[in-house]
Design a protein around this ligand. Structure first.
Ligand SMILES: *Cc1c(COP(=O)(O)O)cnc(C)c1O
Length: 410
């Protein structure tokens, strides 16, 4: 463990930690930045030293699938931001999610989750876990009676995601963690949307907190990664799964993610502020049928969000009257927009659920999840709020002028 950084862990606020946490131990030659160590293996003074390092009796590195200094610096940083004992990095968010589930589930086990998890996660539950005879019970995200009844029947893992993608539903993590504890189940929370700036699931009773580092942590849409944080004993098991199954994070990606995290608090605060303003603006627009944003008082779980989050995040989704036709007209006209499948970057990103989070699902599956074809996810960037609203205004005017009247009030 990184003793030099204990002071930062104990005293500093989260923005200071974003900048400083986990770095000093890994610097070399007086450089002020963590270096990218592009070496798959390591050299030793003698065989005795090698042996000690390999057995973990001495600090050091053996092989990059096991550990790498740059990757370790990233793990230290996110560990401190989430207030965890340990963190293990992966090559992608899905690798982190799949490794977490496979580490703790075996044939005959039961996992309780919600229907609204990320599309890829949903596929693990419906396609891959059943193959190894793990029963996945996916409850209606807002139905606590169902969730608590299924948890009480006995399960090994309760898997949550809040806010959900792309519907922005909020789950009361503390409440379900209590239900999980009562049956001895581990609680895993995908914290990708909230980031450690806006939510700390470990404080709410979760055992494992998972991030797609590809999104807000990296923040610049140029690196893929994932990470799992939790108690040291649990992370040892996750580490063992990774060292054998192999979804290790590349050192270069780890460096980019470290660099991204240094501005995480600034980006997320700006994005959260803009998302709130955009949500309020869109609520007033006649072409918008619904706005999903947990910061709005009209959001069905606003009270829970207010209690468990420090901010409501940079993502909202809207349902456009006129469905996919309206989305096509609007996306074509937006100026400050990437029409892309990712989220959490410095640029504003627009994506219909049909082509992003739920591209793996059929139309019927999306309908069953309540995901309308007019649902558009907006990942708000760090641009000036006024410019983003003006851009939306001109794009909506274009839709209004060009949408066939017959589809207007659909
Ligand atoms: C993107 C995303 C994932 C998957 O992460 P990858 O890095 O793309 O593998 C998981 N959960 C959520 C909420 C996401 O947005």
């Amino acid at each position: 463990m990184n003793r030099k950084q204990e002071g930062i862990k104990m005293n500093a606020h989260i923005g200071t930690k974003s900048v400083w946490a986990g770095e000093k131990e890994f610097r070399v030659f007086g450089g002020t930045q963590v270096p990218v160590i592009m070496s798959v293996a390591y050299d030793y003074q003698d065989v005795d030293e090698w042996y000690d390092v390999a057995l973990g009796l001495k600090p050091g590195y053996t092989y990059n699938r096991m550990s790498n200094p740059t990757v370790k610096a990233f793990e230290e940083k996110i560990r401190m931001l989430e207030g965890a004992e340990a963190a293990i990095a992966f090559s992608s968010g899905m690798a982190a999610i799949s490794a977490s589930l496979h580490t703790f589930l075996k044939p005959g086990d039961r996992v309780v989750s919600v229907k609204d998890t990320y599309g890829g996660t949903n596929k693990i539950f419906t396609e891959f876990l059943p193959r190894m005879h793990v029963q996945s019970v996916l409850c209606n995200t807002e139905d606590y009676a169902e969730l608590e009844a299924e948890i009480a029947k006995g399960c090994q893992v309760v898997y949550l995601e809040s806010p959900t993608n792309p519907t922005l539903k909020i789950t009361d993590i503390e409440r379900l963690a209590k239900a999980a504890k009562a049956v001895g189940a581990l609680v895993m929370v995908d914290n990708t949307f909230a980031t450690p700036i806006n939510q700390n699931p470990l404080k709410l009773g979760a055992d494992l907190v998972i991030h797609s580092a590809t999104k807000y942590l990296s923040g610049h849409a140029d690196a893929m990664g994932g990470v799992v944080c939790g108690a040291a004993g649990l992370m040892e098991k996750v580490y063992h799964y990774r060292e054998i199954n192999g979804a290790a994070l590349d050192p270069w990606a780890a460096y980019l993610i470290i660099r991204g995290i240094k501005t995480l608090h600034l980006r997320v605060r700006q994005q959260t502020q803009s998302a709130m303003a955009i949500a309020r603006y869109l609520q007033q627009q006649p072409l918008i049928e619904a706005v999903n944003y947990p910061g709005l008082e009209t959001h069905p779980h606003h009270d829970v969000a207010k209690r468990q989050m420090n901010g409501y995040g940079g993502i909202l989704s809207v349902v456009l009257k006129g469905g996919m036709e309206a989305i096509k007209l609007m996306l074509h006209k937006l100026q400050y927009a990437n029409r892309a499948g990712n989220l959490g970057a410095v640029e504003t990103i627009y994506g219909p659920a049909r082509t992003t989070s739920h591209v793996e699902c059929t139309l019927e599956e999306r309908q069953a999840l309540g995901i309308s074809e007019g649902l558009l996810r907006i990942s708000v960037g760090i641009e000036d709020t006024e410019d983003l609203i003006a851009d939306l205004a001109q794009a909506l005017a274009h839709v209004e002028a060009n949408l066939p009247v017959s589809t207007h009030n659909k």
